[in-house]
Write a protein that binds this ligand. Structure first.
Ligand SMILES: [Zn+2]
Ligand SMILES: [Zn+2]
Length: 367
């Protein structure tokens, strides 16, 4: 472990990650005066701060989740000076409006990634947000949700083909296809991926709220309907139904009769995760970087020092140290460890230890 230095641009405080010269926090978990928010998932964007700063494309989803907050926004790449510190926000490729926080002061550059995904060549796959922008820096603060070599995602096009084939087969058999996914981020990415010609798409109210924020932000999504729109039985039998994981076992699902169900999450890569969630199919689809993505992003920063947050922290720290980097950990309260995550964003059941190396988070962080 590397000790914190007096001129570190980000340190850990009880409230969260803090920039001492700039006097602001990044994704703090306790109420603070000034919070820079990387993205609107509820473990990163909490209520109760006096002032919020986020990337402009995040504005409507943040307000959909947190209501009337005091929010300032920056275009991606637009610098602002906070107490003599230059701050800019850059695409993280995670969800709509997600940002890496670049901090420049006293000849040093630090980047706090927030949650991110970074595919081969940093190419844009997810049509609902801007692709990850690699940034050079001296110190990079990286998440590590899927920081084990076992996690390797297929190209999005292959996952889309799998989902379309599953949906089409169910529709042909007269069965609704219930696909459980986070209502914010994952659901909209799926909407933008699937072949809307296969049948009608029905969304749960929690999902539809976020769909509205995405559409109002200028993201093109196919037409969606809600159960309350009065769909007939024949429509329901051909439908793709997108709903948050919390609907499992609820009466809300009864209307779909004899349906097929599936879960879309990075955790579905783990043997046993699908069974524990008691679904027919698991689609391995994550909005976090896989192992090659984490390594690709870290290498592109050219940083000599890396600070690892929530996820597979010890594994990543050891690996990076073995590569000759200065690596250390920040003990953050991301990933819903406080239990504050709303039910509509609940993760699938936590993978058992037998599936992989221990996962030291609740799995509530959107995958
Ligand atoms: Zn997130
Ligand atoms: Zn996170």
């Amino acid at each position: 472990m590397v000790a914190q230095c007096a001129d570190d641009l980000v340190v850990l405080r009880p409230e969260g990650m803090y920039c001492p010269p700039g006097d602001f926090f990044i994704d703090p978990w306790r109420p603070v005066e000034r919070a820079v928010i990387t993205h609107a998932h509820s473990d990163h964007a909490r209520s109760g701060h006096r002032r919020y700063l986020a990337a402009a494309p995040a504005a409507l989803v943040l307000k959909a989740r947190l209501g009337g907050i005091s929010l300032d926004t920056l275009a991606y790449g637009e610098p602002v000076t906070i107490n003599g510190v230059t701050v800019s926000l850059h695409p993280a490729g995670h969800v709509l409006g997600s940002a890496q926080v670049r901090i420049a002061h006293g000849g040093q550059v630090w980047v706090a990634s927030g949650d991110y995904k970074a595919g081969p060549g940093f190419a844009a796959e997810d049509a609902t947000c801007e692709a990850f922008e690699p940034l050079r820096c001296d110190t990079f603060i990286s998440e590590s949700t899927f920081g084990l070599p076992v996690y390797r995602w297929k190209p999005q096009s292959a996952i889309a083909a799998d989902i379309n084939a599953w949906w089409a087969a169910n529709a042909a058999a007269g069965r609704a296809s219930v696909l459980m996914a986070y209502s914010f981020g994952k659901a909209q990415r799926i909407l933008a991926m699937v072949d809307a010609g296969i049948g009608p798409i029905v969304c749960h109210g929690a999902t539809e709220n976020l769909n509205a924020a995405y559409r109002a932000s200028g993201v093109a999504l196919p037409a969606t309907r809600m159960v309350s729109d009065g769909l007939d039985r024949a429509d329901l039998r051909r439908a793709l139904v997108l709903a948050p994981p919390s609907v499992q076992g609820s009466t809300w699902l009864k209307r779909f009769g004899d349906y097929a169900d599936a879960f879309a999450s990075g955790w579905m890569q783990l043997r046993g995760a699908r069974r524990r969630n008691a679904v027919d199919r698991g689609f391995v689809l994550s909005d976090h970087a896989d192992w090659p993505g984490l390594m690709r992003a870290i290498a592109a920063t050219d940083a000599a020092r890396v600070i690892v947050t929530h996820g597979q922290v010890p594994v990543m720290v050891r690996w990076l140290q073995a590569q000759g980097l200065e690596a250390q950990a920040f003990e953050t309260e991301f990933a819903g460890e406080t239990g504050a995550e709303a039910p509509d964003t609940a993760e699938p059941a936590k993978p058992a230890a037998a599936d992989a190396a221990p996962i030291d988070e609740t799995g509530v962080s959107p995958a």
